[in-house]
Design a protein around this ligand. Structure first.
Ligand code: ZN
Length: 501
């Protein structure tokens, strides 16, 4: 086989795996959106069968031979083909490093741990969950050993969510972030100014039907293509699908329409990334998102930099007033903007505002790395959590449910995932700053409901690049610098502090 033929054969195999895994992803969408409870048993069998089919193909010695042959000839390949070979090789090497008994054991333990955690959280019963936490930590360490690492067992775990990111790199970024962020949080805390959220929002009744109607108008306007997507309702909003069919979900809170409006913009940001991937190279890394951090940068950019901006609301305000003429009768546009910039330390990460959110992530990062380095006994975790929370946010959770038990990640064995959220927040600000310089200013366009200059820029610089570069490399290529803290700090200072002066 010539090199061209070998490459074509590789693409053929990658597409076969993609067809199976994208079918699995639609099944899992269905499970969360439509499926009656009675379908659960067979659905879980269908899912593991499909996973098995993908795994078999991924670990097929013939695929390894194809990759190795192309890898040996990598200097003769184009830049794009080299990226496909590099990324695929890494992924199949990774799959081959983990013994199937380990994978089975991890999946068994984490699914049990997840069930125990769900109940433990409900009952605020930390004791029952601790043994599982201990097992999950030791499985994570074992996984790191199989995958191999140089400096830290945390690195190979981080790498699977944000390719190329390391513990020391994140620690440096987070130290700077924390030092610069805490004074901003303190200035807001010291101010007496508070938005009229209770009187003007939460004491009124906001129709879900109308929230849905307005939400759809907003996400269509920023560029979400409803011919290649749809919106449904779920308890936990998410985005999933594949090129040509990228679906989002939201939930409605009848006492606060901004929960669904901002979360729809967030999920639409994820969806714009997926809808913007190159359809021609589907199934290969050239048409895949870089990682979780870059994905989250896209959702946060549309949710926060765009969706909370004055110019966005210049356009959206008349639509909001028209949709909710009764409920918003004595609400002004400035009050609405202040409500969207409400900031106050709270216990729950997923409810945290843009300013305090990253401190929740720093807390988890610091504890999680200690767990992996054996510097913290899982049973001492709750104490450590409370101490960190007090140190970073100045508050102590009243119970474990609102403390150490709140997140699903550690119960499902997803160590190394949390930093992606903060990476996304930092990157969103950095990208938006560069986009403004190169394709903006956006104020006038946004005020007219024209988001195309920004979306086109993102399509070109991020979406169409697929997985050609890793997180930091892509950031540097697009913005001229590796990931930075300052653009985010400038963003929160300039958008939040004026309200609290
Ligand atoms: Zn997200």
């Amino acid at each position: 086989m010539s090199i061209d033929e070998t490459y074509d054969e590789l693409v053929e195999r990658l597409r076969e795996m993609y067809e199976i895994s994208s079918a699995a992803s639609i099944l899992s969408w269905d499970q969360r959106v439509n499926m009656p409870p009675g379908g659960a048993k067979l659905r879980s069998r269908q899912q593991s069968r499909l996973q098995e089919l993908v795994h078999k193909r991924k670990t097929d010695p013939e695929l390894r031979d194809l990759i190795n042959k192309l890898h040996d000839h990598r200097d003769d390949l184009s830049f794009d083909r080299r990226a496909v070979v590099r990324e695929t090789k890494e992924e199949i090497d990774r799959a081959r490093k983990l013994p199937s008994e380990f994978v089975a054991e991890k999946s068994r333990v984490t699914s049990e741990a997840y069930n125990v955690w769900t109940e433990a959280k409900q009952k605020n019963d930390l004791e029952s969950f601790l043994p599982y936490l201990e097992k999950n930590v030791s499985l994570a360490r074992e996984e790191a050993d199989y995958l191999g690492y140089e400096d830290s067992p945390y690195n190979p775990l981080l790498d699977q969510y944000d390719p190329g990111m390391t513990e020391s790199r994140i620690a440096t970024l987070f130290d700077e972030l924390r030092t610069k962020l805490v004074p901003v949080v303190d200035r807001i805390k010291e101010s007496d100014a508070r938005p009229p959220t209770t009187e003007k929002v939460t004491e009124r009744d906001w129709s879900s039907e109308r929230q849905k109607q307005l939400g759809e108008t907003l996400v269509r306007q920023i560029g979400y293509d409803m011919d290649k997507g749809r919106i449904d309702t779920t308890e936990h909003p998410f985005c999933s699908g594949y090129v040509g069919d990228v679906r989002i979900t939201t939930r409605f809170n009848s006492s606060n329409p901004f929960v669904s409006l901002t979360s729809l913009l967030h999920e639409a940001g994820h969806a714009l990334y997926e809808q913007g991937l190159d359809p021609e190279t589907w199934g290969t890394p050239l048409s895949e998102p870089v990682g979780m951090g870059v994905h989250e940068s896209q959702s946060r950019l549309w949710e926060n930099m765009v969706g909370r901006s004055e110019s966005f609301w210049s356009w959206a305000w008349p639509r909001f007033k028209e949709t909710f003429s009764d409920q918003s009768s004595n609400l002004t546009r400035d009050e609405l903007l202040f409500i969207l910039h409400e900031s106050e330390p709270g216990y729950i990460r997923v409810e945290a505002d843009e300013v305090t959110y990253n401190l929740h992530i720093i807390l988890r990062f610091e504890l999680e790395r200690k767990l992996l380095h054996n510097d913290l006994e899982p049973e001492k975790l709750p104490e450590a959590w409370e101490a960190k929370m007090e140190e970073l946010l100045g508050i102590t959770p009243p119970n474990h449910r609102q403390g150490v038990l709140q997140d699903v990640h550690w119960s499902s064995g997803a160590f190394g995932y949390f930093p992606s959220y903060a990476i996304g927040n930092l990157l969103a600000a950095q990208l938006f700053q560069t986009a403004e310089e190169e394709a903006g200013p956006f104020d006038e366009a946004f005020s007219n409901g024209n988001f195309d200059p920004l979306l086109s820029w993102l399509r070109d610089r991020i979406h169409r690049k697929g997985k050609r570069h890793r997180t930091d490399e892509l950031t540097e290529q697009v913005t001229g610098d590796p990931l930075q803290v300052d653009p985010f700090i400038e963003h929160v200072k300039s958008s939040y502090l004026p309200y609290y002066e």
